[in-house]
Design a binder for this molecule. Structure first.
Ligand code: GDD
Ligand code: MN
Length: 363
């Protein structure tokens, strides 16, 4: 049997009902191509992997990677692409919103000498993208506008989740790509500045028939983190940006709680109110990090309670580090704001590292 020329990577989460139709449609769309479909499922509770493996047992062109203890569209796409040995790889959603009939055109384009990347660009129908609500169209336009900050290539749809690329380029870029978030194409574009020869081909984004979208309002924060990550030359991880955002909000919560307790519960005294406000801010930071920063490793039930205790402990140690560094710097030059800032940054980095190691551990 001939080795595939094209691997189609399909990240899936809870898409059981879409798997078999997708395989049928892809087979119909690519009669003259040696292709393979690689589904990457993050251990979906709806049994998506069972469905994939049942089909793979009947059709050797279908393969399935089942990832456990991990979540994320970007990471899943990267792992799928790296599992391929075909010259070309495509990434396509598994919910039938991407039109598989475009694959033929994309393949013809990428086969032309010198072309590195082909993007399937969502066609605008009366100024909006079909399959996207008005609100999402706006968010999507605004996101594209902001993407100019980090993406130097002039492409119409850097937010597309549907593209084909020479695998060799992914192999090179892989160590630099972020596994958090969902902007895989934008990440590839931002890490390979200006170097790629790109073609775009339009298609109509379809409505979803089965299942539901996994991308919610929180992806807007991920996106800001993504921009910050690239603006800092990939120094600051996407997750640290979210952690910092939650921390900054924590300061506001702290001050509000302190004020409320000072006026509402005067018997506590200042020290009591300060301790109370600290606990409230820690709890609010913990909950927000669990919902946002570490939603892919979210803790529930008893683990949530144990996590909170560990988080409070690690924050307390972080506070000691914070005060220690601030004191050293203050004694050096008496610049209060520099000392305060250095302490706060040290404490945040410390908390971030310990949170990832002990509280929201990779399973
Ligand atoms: N393995 C894995 N893990 N797959 C995931 C995960 C995950 O954590 N989250 C989502 N997916 C899969 C879905 O099952 C689907 O096949 C595909 O990724 C896209 O997810 P949707 O939840 O359907 O995303 P969408 O339709 O809202 O967003 C699409 O359009 C965006 C532009 O508006 C995607 O193509 C995005 O990549 C794109 O940026
Ligand atoms: Mn979708």
């Amino acid at each position: 049997m001939r080795a595939p020329e094209l691997s189609i990577i399909v990240p899936v989460f809870n898409e059981r009902a879409n798997i078999a139709p997708l395989v049928g449609l892809v087979a119909e769309a690519l009669p003259d191509v040696v292709w393979e479909l690689i589904f990457v499922d993050d251990n979906s509770p709806d049994g998506t992997s069972d469905e994939i493996k049942a089909l793979a047992a009947k059709d050797s062109r279908v393969r399935g990677i089942r990832r456990v203890g991990r979540r994320g569209l970007s990471g899943a796409s990267i792992e799928g692409m790296l599992s391929s040995s075909a010259p070309y790889v495509a990434v396509m959603d598994g919910d039938l919103q991407h039109d598989e009939r475009v694959l033929v055109r994309m393949l013809a384009l990428i086969r032309s000498p010198g072309v590195d990347l082909v993007i399937a660009t969502r066609e605008r129908d009366r100024g909006t993208i079909t399959g996207l609500s008005d609100k999402r169209s706006f968010v999507s336009d605004f996101g594209r506008f902001l993407s100019r900050l980090v993406i130097k290539n002039d492409v119409k749809d850097p937010m597309s989740g549907f593209f084909m690329i020479r695998r060799e380029l992914v192999e090179q870029a892989a160590p630099k790509l972020a596994t958090e978030g969902f902007k895989i194409l934008a990440d590839i574009l931002a890490t390979t500045p200006g170097a790629l020869t790109i073609r775009e081909t339009p298609y109509v984004f379809r409505e979803r028939q089965h299942g539901e979208s996994k991308l919610d309002a929180r992806v807007a924060f991920d996106y800001l983190g993504f921009l910050f990550h690239h603006l800092t030359g990939r120094l600051v991880p996407i997750r640290f940006f979210l952690f910092g955002l939650v921390g900054a909000l924590g300061v506001v919560v702290h001050l509000a709680a302190l004020r409320a307790m000072l006026s509402g519960l005067p018997t506590l005294g200042f020290d009591g109110a300060q301790i109370g406000a600290t606990l409230i801010a820690m709890a609010s930071n913990f909950i927000l990090n669990n919902q946002l920063t570490y939603r892919d490793r979210r803790l529930h039930g008893v683990k949530f309670l144990i996590g909170f205790v560990l988080f409070a402990l690690s924050c307390s140690v972080g506070l000691v580090a914070n005060v220690g560094i601030a004191r050293v710097i203050y004694s050096d030059g008496q610049v209060w704001w520099l000392a305060g800032l250095a302490g706060a940054v040290t404490g945040s980095v410390f908390n971030y590292v310990t949170s990832g190691l002990f509280v929201w551990r990779k399973s």
